[in-house]
Design a protein around this ligand. Structure first.
Ligand SMILES: Cc1cc2nc3c(=O)[nH]c(=O)nc-3n(C[C@H](O)[C@H](O)[C@H](O)COP(=O)(O)OP(=O)(O)OC[C@H]3O[C@@H](n4cnc5c(N)ncnc54)[C@H](O)[C@@H]3O)c2cc1C
Length: 603
């Protein structure tokens, strides 16, 4: 493989030049020699207006030919303002990785190219992976940096409304409707609203919380974020460099308030979205918003973006004998503070993050706690194991480059990468895992050993980042029983199959939430739910279903996931909504490619 930075850059530019020439000249023969037979092309709107991945040189060629004429992509070149081309190891394979830029008829984009030598072609460098991503639409660029707004409308008219007057009236929606209604003001809602606002798409966030940030403030007392601060930035406004590695919940909640203010987002607190109906003819929703003071407001946005996190519908297991239990039964969503359970006995059913965190909270409040395991669970120490997937964010490239590189991993390689990271985590966490197994804790490492990332992406749970609860279990301070060993519940607690009773005053069902589909059905009815179909998870495809992309229901969009996912994919979601608004994109995916639907990974 080539050695110096200069020769690496030359190889990359050479590849890009040949690619562009072959693309514009529809030269199949040359195009074929540019890709490995086992290569991957991921496009984020730039050439196809969809978020999708194509595998294998033949399929890539076919798709490129379908889209090249319309996209008219030119100007492919390494980007001197980004991390220079370099040798890397990705998913266990050595490759040259380069960030490049290009233009299409309608926009400007960036991409990531990975080259590896082809043994059957004398070691010639061919594309192993290619990402093409739309950054901006020409004529509708974000008004940032040199294009920032001058503020003349309020600073030069001394008798007119000033900035504050304008902000207040924009957020009131007295006689007007927002173009986009974002339901939920957590990280997902804030990210998409900030992006849309930059693109000058009028956007209102509604959240039932009384105060911005309550989605974090109301979580358990000791909460700090699980990922390190450098991975968790919101778009445009990074956290200050003095912030702690793991951000405490109340600090984050306060930042959310500051973010809304600084990014000039329209945000109605204490406002519940109670459902909506779509009018095909007008291309608008009729939406009912319920304010905490009992009043209702109807509004007619053109788009609704659901940013509600997990559905708020608890997943309650069917345990008929629980009716015989004389103590309190709470779903994890109803649990707030361990203090009132001091000196009492608790059974916590469920061994995901919530179950472990609640068990630890109760234990540290002075309760006697037993954790009940229903199914095998992945356990990973918060440090260093749970941080392994984010090593890139600590290696030096700026945040934007890290995000692009993360985005450029096609599903097949992301799975391989996470398999390798899971193996590494197992080695690092061996002592803890052995200790848990000795006590009968049933461990699991995800489908095909792909670890917690893929558990998160496919089912949204089934793992615990150990911040101490597993150690308490190993030390015998928190008890553990298997659900299968419980014969049934009695007034005093859980009657075990061996005849013993585990006494309890409280049973917490940390059994998760129903999928987003349930929420869609509740809020929009059966027709919309059936049209949209499953949300999140990959199904048979390579992209998260119905996420960050047009859905079969015009004007209905979804955003969710980690801070990183929300930061990364809010850009592409906002570009699609803008493109719909300016007539570049139909509101429903009509072509076969777009029907592929869905998008994205990377916690
Ligand atoms: C201990 C812990 C640590 C974590 N650490 C990290 C981390 O480091 N990095 C990371 O990326 N993730 C982390 N997570 C995961 C994180 O909680 C979720 O990713 C996050 O809350 C999801 O954000 P969201 O905006 O999608 O949803 P939420 O934060 O759940 O926000 C959804 C909002 O929608 C509102 N809402 C719902 N329905 C309606 C309605 N009908 N009308 C009006 N409003 C509504 C809710 O009030 C809520 O405010 C952590 C979680 C926990 C518990």
């Amino acid at each position: 493989m080539l050695a110096t930075t200069e020769t690496i850059a030359t190889s990359v530019d050479h590849w890009l030049a040949r690619f562009e020439k072959a693309l514009t000249g529809s030269d199949d023969v040359v195009l074929r020699t540019l890709f490995h037979p086992d290569s991957h092309w991921r496009d984020l709107l730039a050439l196809t207006w969809r978020i999708g991945t194509v595998n294998g040189a033949d399929a890539i060629l076919r798709e490129l030919k379908v889209h090249a004429d319309r996209a008219k992509s030119t100007g492919f070149a390494t980007d001197p303002d980004r991390t220079p081309p370099r040798h890397v190891r990705r998913a266990g394979t050595k490759a040259i990785e380069a960030i490049f830029k290009f233009e299409t008829a309608i926009g400007r984009g960036t991409g990531v190219l990975r080259l590896t030598p082809e043994a059957t072609d004398g070691g010639a460098l061919r594309a192993w992976t290619l990402l093409t991503a739309l950054d901006e639409i020409k004529g509708f660029e974000e008004r940032v940096g040199k294009s920032r707004p001058k503020g003349e409308s309020y600073s030069r008219d001394f008798r007119g409304p000033n900035w504050l007057d304008l902000r207040k009236s924009a957020a009131e929606y007295g006689e007007t409707d927002p173009v986009v209604l974002v339901v939920g003001g957590g990280q997902a809602g804030l990210s998409i609203a900030a992006r849309l606002t930059q693109l000058q798409v009028d956007t209102l966030i509604v959240d039932r919380g009384r105060r911005i940030g309550d989605n974090w403030r109301n979580r358990y007392h000791a909460l700090t974020l699980h990922n390190q601060v450098q991975v968790n930035h919101l778009p445009y406004m990074p956290f200050p460099p003095s912030w702690p590695t793991y951000i405490p919940k109340d600090k984050l909640a306060a930042w959310f308030e500051a973010y809304v203010e600084a990014m000039e987002l329209n945000y109605w607190t204490a406002t519940e979205f109670a459902g909506g109906e779509y009018d095909e003819r007008d291309g608008r929703w009729t939406v009912v918003l319920r304010r905490a003071d009992g009043t209702k407001r109807e509004t007619r946005p053109r788009h609704i973006v659901m940013a509600t996190g997990a559905s708020d519908i608890p997943n309650l297991p069917d345990i008929p004998t629980l009716r015989d239990f004389a103590g309190r039964v709470l779903h994890s969503s109803e649990y707030d503070d361990g203090e009132c359970w001091k000196g009492k006995r608790a059974l916590v059913i469920g061994t995901g993050n919530s179950g472990h965190d609640i068990a630890q909270d109760l234990h540290s409040s002075g309760a006697k706690v037993t954790l009940v395991q229903r199914s095998p669970t992945l356990i990973v120490n918060i440090e260093p194991s749970a941080q392994l997937p984010y090593a890139l964010y600590d290696e030096g490239p700026p945040l934007e480059d890290c995000d692009l590189i993360t985005t450029s991993m096609p599903l097949a390689l992301a799975r391989k990468n996470h398999f390798l990271l899971t193996e590494q985590a197992k080695r690092l966490d061996r002592e803890l895992l052995d200790g848990l197994e000795r006590l009968g804790f049933k461990l699991d490492f995800g489908e095909d050993g792909t670890g917690w990332q893929f558990k998160y992406l496919t089912r949204g749970g089934g793992y615990y980042f150990n911040v101490g609860c597993s150690d308490l279990i190993v030390a015998g301070e928190i008890g553990l029983v298997q659900f299968a060993d419980i014969a049934g519940f009695v007034a005093a607690g859980a009657r075990m199959r061996n005849g013993e009773t585990v006494a309890a005053d409280l049973v917490v069902l940390a059994t998760g939430y129903k999928g987003q589909e349930y929420l869609v059905r509740k809020l929009f009815g059966d027709g919309v739910a059936a049209r949209v179909g499953p949300i999140w998870g990959f199904g048979e495809g390579q992209e998260l279903r119905n996420m960050f992309t047009r859905t079969a229901q015009p004007g209905l969009w979804f955003i969710a996931g980690s801070f990183a996912q929300c930061r990364i994919y809010s850009r592409y979601l906002a570009l699609q909504i803008k493109a719909c608004e300016v007539g570049l994109l139909p509101r429903e995916p009509r072509d076969s490619l777009a029907a592929n639907g869905g998008s994205a990974y990377g916690h």
